[in-house]
Design a protein around this ligand. Structure first.
Ligand code: GLC
Ligand code: CA
Length: 516
């Protein structure tokens, strides 16, 4: 695993909405480059960009029409290469979003595969051999497109209807038109995706966040063949691009790290109980103190034991697929949520705008966003026109800005002591200075009871031991701890005190304390 990951704190950028450098109302790549110093000053040292490639934008760019060309609305391939260079100059790394499971219907591969005459792309997608035989009834296939091609057949889709599934084969072949995972067609698709990775790695990107990574091989219930496929992808990278980093959108670290990914996300789907933390009726990190983190910790420990030493589980503040944390938590509560995210093992990911507590807005769907749209609004930079996002007229913006009079912005929070932005910056600084808090430090849960507060865990690296005590509840809480509390590296709203082995924790507080 690349050493820089141990101290990486990622910042996820939805390019449409980050910073518009040329006044056309939509964020772009030069805009990201212009804001690298902002990201660095927050203490983040790595980026993940959502797809920025040519696309009809039926799914915000997750419907790729050309993997090797930056969408004109974001700039050029040269702009993206310049972003890699500018990031590297600052000691930062950049991951692009690889969407290997499907393309747009506008991709040249798909247009070719729709033709009746055999050609090199006839097997690039999953087609049945007559239009009345529906591919949709097989495991791992989300639906089908029928009646759209000169070719006689129905074609599998992976997500939305305009995202046809690429053909990596079936783990178990049960119909004549299905390809095996080692068929020439399936292997050609695999090679094509290796070529896409090589294209961007040659231009200086540091790796990829991989979209729907577990979805590639069909009729593969335990995903064993998909795991093998990724092991092969990894072997290719290890040979040619050993430093290339891969993080999977999979949500089951025991599988994805075995498949060769360095990191997997804690997500709103899958068995993680991630939603119990910040996004449910009674989130654990709410001051009301009615949450339960026990199920999350139980699932986390299980996964941690299965994966420890093999790679990282990444805690996230949110992403472009779920409502923002601010929908459930206020900025004071979010400070404790960040104390958690930035003191856990793995590489944390901060979704742009969460560092200032941007709101989840109620908006009509844009580019296939549906309920996700409200978490994708333009970054709020300052109190100027369009909150500093763009010089375009407001009605030309990609999405409207938060209209609230008290909408947060970065400039104001940077200038204000005690703001959420300042707290996130402080927490990042402490993490960078404290090996025990970083990705590969160990974790032991000290106090985590059902329906109870606080949460306490020990982070360790070498001889360094740091006790993290988080009490989101608006009441004083207690737990038993025998070890002697030493110097506090961080406190918010007071420090815990200890008497006769009982630790008393102030209301709505967080602390990182050195222990022997
Ligand atoms: C992933 C992306 C999501 C996209 C989907 C289809 O879940 O995060 O935004 O819509 O895959 O590519
Ligand atoms: Ca622009």
């Amino acid at each position: 695993m690349s050493q820089w990951l141990n101290d990486a704190v990622f910042y996820e950028i939805y390019p449409q909405s980050f910073y518009d450098s040329n006044g056309d109302g939509i964020g772009d790549i030069p805009g990201i480059t212009a804001k690298l110093d902002y990201i660095r000053s927050l203490g983040c040292n790595a980026l993940w960009l959502n797809p920025c490639f040519l696309s009809p934008f039926g799914d915000a760019g997750y419907d790729v029409a050309d993997y090797c060309q930056v969408a004109p609305r974001y700039g050029t391939n040269e702009d993206l290469t310049a972003l890699f260079e500018a990031a590297h100059t600052r000691g930062m790394h950049v991951l692009l979003d690889l969407v290997p499971g499907h393309t747009s219907v506008e991709h040249r591969w798909f247009k070719e595969s729709c033709k009746a005459a055999q050609n090199p792309y006839s097997g690039r997608y999953i087609w049945s051999d007559n239009v009345w035989d529906d591919v949709a009834r097989y495991e791992g296939i989300a639906g089908s497109l029928r009646g759209i091609s000169e070719r006689d057949g129905s074609v599998a889709v992976n997500f939305f209807s305009m995202q046809p599934a690429l053909n990596y084969g079936f783990a178990t072949v049960t119909a004549p038109w299905q390809c095996a995972v080692d068929s020439p067609q399936a292997l050609a698709t695999r090679q094509a995706m290796k070529d896409v990775m090589a294209f961007w790695l040659d231009r200086g990107c540091d790796g990829f966040r991989v979209d729907m990574a577990g979805s590639l091989v069909k009729n593969d219930p335990g995903q064993e063949q998909t795991i093998r496929l990724w092991q092969d992808m990894r072997a290719y990278l290890d040979e040619k691009y050993p430093h290339a980093v891969l993080v999977s959108e999979w949500g089951e670290a025991d599988k994805s790290l075995r498949a060769g990914f360095h990191m997997d996300f804690l997500l709103h789907f899958g068995p993680s109980h991630y939603m119990d933390l910040f996004r449910c009726e009674h989130p654990y990190f709410s001051r009301e103190g009615k949450g339960d983190i026990h199920a999350f910790v139980k699932a986390y420990r299980k996964n941690y034991e299965l994966t420890n030493g093999k790679g990282l589980i990444c805690p996230i503040s949110g992403n472009h697929d779920m409502p923002r944390m601010r929908h459930w938590l206020d900025p004071e509560e979010m400070k404790i949520a960040f104390a958690f995210l930035l003191s856990m093992p793995g590489a944390p990911f901060i979704y742009y705008g969460d560092e200032i507590g941007m709101q989840y807005l109620d908006l009509p769907s844009k580019e296939g966003g549906y309920e996700r749209t409200g978490a994708r609004t333009p970054m709020q930079w300052d109190s100027g026109k369009n909150a500093g996002f763009s010089t375009a007229e407001a009605d030309r913006l990609y999405l409207p800005q938060d209209p609230a009079a008290d909408a947060p912005n970065a400039a104001a929070q940077q200038a204000q002591e005690g703001s959420l932005w300042r707290e996130v910056q402080k927490l990042n600084g402490i993490r960078h200075a404290t090996p025990a808090l970083q990705a590969q430090g160990g974790i032991e849960f000290v106090y985590c009871q059902e329906d109870a507060y606080p949460l306490a865990y020990l982070r360790t690296a070498g001889s360094q031991r740091v006790l993290v005590v988080l009490n989101p509840a608006g009441r004083e809480t207690k737990f038993l701890y025998d070890g002697k509390l030493g110097r506090a590296l961080y406190t918010l709203n007071g420090a815990p005190t200890q008497a006769h082995g009982v630790v008393t924790v102030p209301p709505a507080s967080a602390a990182f304390i050195e222990v022997e």
